[in-house]
Write a protein of this length. Structure first.
Length: 228
């Protein structure tokens, strides 16, 4: 169990009373070990995704180049017209077409993504899903990537809002911290109506990258201001 109460407080930018209330109400996954509460990082990751909690800016550590969203998207690319009428078909066809990390077999990637999807839907609502392995499967941060996939047909990913998914963000990260930071950034982007309109209208890679680069500069500016 890697995380303590203080880690959850810093991660979610809430006070200890709030965390203890969530524990009492059984709203957050935790374990009591030797009279102390402990949290599993992978489970907290999934809890954050399922509850659509925007992470604190402390996770957006822009001093780490491998966490730069535009660079990760450049590695993964944007894939148009992914066919399929079910989750397994869509994920299989998407993985067959995207740039996958070196040293990983596509069939193993598909299996890891489907196991995560069966455990808990990765749809975050408003037509977007973020398929990813439950635990990082990339060993070298240089091989981390994000791929955006536009689906031929909106597909039911069991989203809480009931909307079918038209766009996938497929994540391959190297560490839990990187995964949480990247997830936070994508979640932030997908709260913007203009960005969502671009995705639903199948914006070009140039248009998407322009928007993401602008947001990355904005995050960098805020990070520098916070460090001054």
């Amino acid at each position: 169990m890697e995380l303590k109460i203080k880690d959850i407080v810093g991660l979610l930018q809430v006070n200890e009373k709030t965390v203890y209330r969530w524990i009492k109400e059984k709203k957050i996954p935790c374990y009591r070990i030797n009279h102390q509460y402990r949290f599993n990082r992978a489970e907290i990751n999934e809890w954050i995704l399922s509850n659509r909690i925007e992470l604190s800016s402390s996770l957006i550590n822009l001093g780490l180049a491998d966490h730069n969203l535009p660079r990760l998207l450049e590695k993964g690319g944007i894939v148009p017209s992914v066919p399929g009428s079910s989750i397994v078909e869509v994920i299989t066809n998407a993985v067959e077409r995207i740039h996958t990390p070196q040293g990983l077999k596509k069939e193993d990637i598909i299996l890891a993504l489907m196991r995560r999807e069966e455990l808990m839907p990765t749809a975050i609502g408003r037509g977007v899903a973020i398929p990813h392995p439950r635990n990082p499967i990339v060993t070298d941060p240089k091989n981390a990537s994000i791929s955006i996939c536009y689906l031929d047909h909106p597909t039911d990913f069991r989203a809480l809002d009931g909307q079918p998914v038209h766009t996938l963000f497929i994540l391959f990260t190297a560490t839990p911290r990187m995964h949480l930071e990247v997830l936070s950034k994508i979640s932030h982007l997908c709260q913007n109506d203009l960005f969502l309109e671009n995705l639903s209208s199948r914006a070009t890679e140039e248009e998407v990258m322009k928007y993401v680069r602008e947001k990355e500069k904005e995050w960098q500016t805020k990070e520098r201001a916070g460090n001054d």
